[in-house]
Ligand binder design. Structure first.
Ligand code: SF4
Length: 291
């Protein structure tokens, strides 16, 4: 089974976990995903199943255990309990963390945020699955004067998205497949709701930065790009980030026992990226390639 074919979960799954988040990574010193030097916190669980997802370990909201054959000593204690493995061949993906613990963790790099204009970005998975926690967390960081951002696909009730977005200096908002039927079929996304949510955030005066993953065969096609630009044209937004497809997620699919559905997909060439870029620039957008 491909991981992207796994049963759909909903944005409700982890919402009851008020004071604890389930995350799978904290990436320090990141220069992507927002301005300056940042810490990116990756939340576990995603209701979508993008075939090109580079973070397959984010999809399940459950804590998973994986085994790295290369580290295995074949000494057998793990047959009783994976935690007894002496070589570190077993690895847990995901852990629960309280608000206070996460705050302490990200504040370790406060000096870098303050000197570089950076801050903290919440990513995933889909952070909206744990919107209650994320909202409280970012509120605390903002009260401490830190720059805050989220990365989201925006497919959740506005009542959940808006309070979180209001705690953000930047909302990095992915627009993927614009055709509603195709978006539902391929990435399990309610595209009309995504677009309504996007416009609602703009109306609220929130700093929304649209991002378009460039995925051959899915989002990069001329018609999809045209629809993205046409959707943005009446808004005040004139910034667009392009995120070209890459193959870096492939080993993670293997580790998780799934198949990488995009094995045969060739990343967009420099010319193809330039074509999309100049189309957007011709319509007045300031385009950045990468996060
Ligand atoms: S929305 Fe993001 S995390 Fe979720 S499946 Fe798509 S690419 Fe992966």
């Amino acid at each position: 089974m491909t991981l992207s074919a796994a049963p759909r979960i909903t944005c409700e799954v982890l919402e009851t976990r008020a004071d604890t988040a389930r995350i799978f990574n904290i990436q320090r010193y990141s220069l992507n995903d927002g301005q300056g030097i940042r810490t990116v916190v990756f939340f576990k669980g995603c209701p979508h199943r993008c075939p090109w997802c580079a973070n397959p370990e984010s999809l399940s909201p459950a804590i998973q255990t994986v085994r790295r054959e290369s580290k295995c000593l074949h000494c057998a204690p793990c047959l009783r309990d994976a935690d007894e493995c002496p070589s570190g061949a077993f690895e847990r993906i995901g852990r629960d963390i309280t608000l206070e613990q996460l705050e302490r963790e990200v504040l370790k790099d406060e000096i870098f945020y303050r000197t570089s204009g950076g801050g903290v970005t919440l990513s995933g998975g889909e952070v909206l699955m744990q919107a209650g926690f994320a909202t409280r967390f970012l509120k605390r960081l903002r009260q401490a004067g830190l720059h805050t951002a989220i990365e989201t696909a925006g497919d959740a009730p506005l009542s959940r998205l808006l309070p979180l977005a209001q705690q953000c200096d930047e909302v990095l908002f992915d627009l993927k497949i614009m055709d509603p039927a195709r978006a539902q079929a391929v990435v399990k996304m309610d595209q009309p709701r995504v677009m309504e949510n996007f416009l609602a955030l703009v109306r609220e005066g929130i700093n929304v930065i649209p991002r378009l993953p460039l995925i051959p065969g899915f989002t990069q096609e001329e018609e999809n790009v045209r629809q993205v630009l046409a959707f943005l044209a009446p808004t005040s937004i004139r910034e667009l980030h392009l995120l070209p497809f890459h193959q870096y997620g492939e080993p993670k699919y293997r580790l998780l026992g799934g198949e990488w559905a995009m094995k045969a997909c060739v990343p967009p060439t420099a010319e193809e990226i330039a074509r999309v870029r100049s189309k957007a620039e011709a319509e007045g957008f300031h385009v950045t390639t990468g996060g």
